[in-house]
Write a protein that binds this ligand. Structure first.
Ligand SMILES: [Zn+2]
Ligand SMILES: [Zn+2]
Length: 176
């Protein structure tokens, strides 16, 4: 993991609410979510589920923020409340950084990791690269780490669908 990779956890957390089923609405769901991040679930309680839901709304607001400046202010305020522990590991042969969970519950750990990652992204100049999908009705969010920074959609499916629609509209406009 690079520090900013933890920012993707924030993205995944917010998007876990976007499907038909709330992926982290139960203790089992939250355990599964942690496993999907390659984290041992450890201790997960009903209180963690409630707190993670709150965290998800908090993080959603960061993605919906009007501009990069507002976003930096939000992340700065949240970061001031964190108790961050990290370690240098070499489990894959190269030294890199991992956040240490120590005794933290699931929600606290996710909050620390998400804001740590967002802070790293902001520090690397990505404050204006967090966004909400432009497809009608889609609430999914994304972090645009592309070179040109022109990303507008949550993924290729929505990009393709909207592009087809826009193309059709242009063609119709041309025909009349
Ligand atoms: Zn690692
Ligand atoms: Zn979308």
């Amino acid at each position: 993991m690079q520090p900013r990779d933890y920012g993707l956890w924030a993205e995944q957390l917010v998007n876990s609410a976007a499907g038909d089923v709330d992926a982290i609405g139960t203790v089992a769901g939250l355990r599964e979510f942690l496993a999907s991040l390659d984290q041992p679930p450890g201790r997960v309680s009903a209180a963690d589920v409630t707190a993670t839901n709150r965290l998800r709304e908090e993080l959603g607001a960061v993605f919906h923020a009007g501009d990069g400046e507002a976003r930096v202010a939000m992340v700065r305020a949240a970061v001031a409340t964190l108790d961050v522990r990290f370690e240098v590991t070499e489990h894959d042969g190269t030294p890199h950084l991992h956040l240490a969970r120590a005794g933290a519950g699931a929600a606290t750990f996710l909050r620390t990791a998400a804001y740590f990652g967002l802070a790293a992204l902001l520090a690397e100049g990505f404050a204006d690269r967090l966004g909400v999908c432009a497809a009608p009705g889609c609430e999914r969010v994304f972090i645009d780490t592309s070179r040109n920074g022109m990303r507008r959609f949550c993924g290729p499916t929505h990009a393709a669908r909207v592009n087809v629609r826009e193309h059709r509209r242009r063609r119709q406009a041309g025909a009349t």
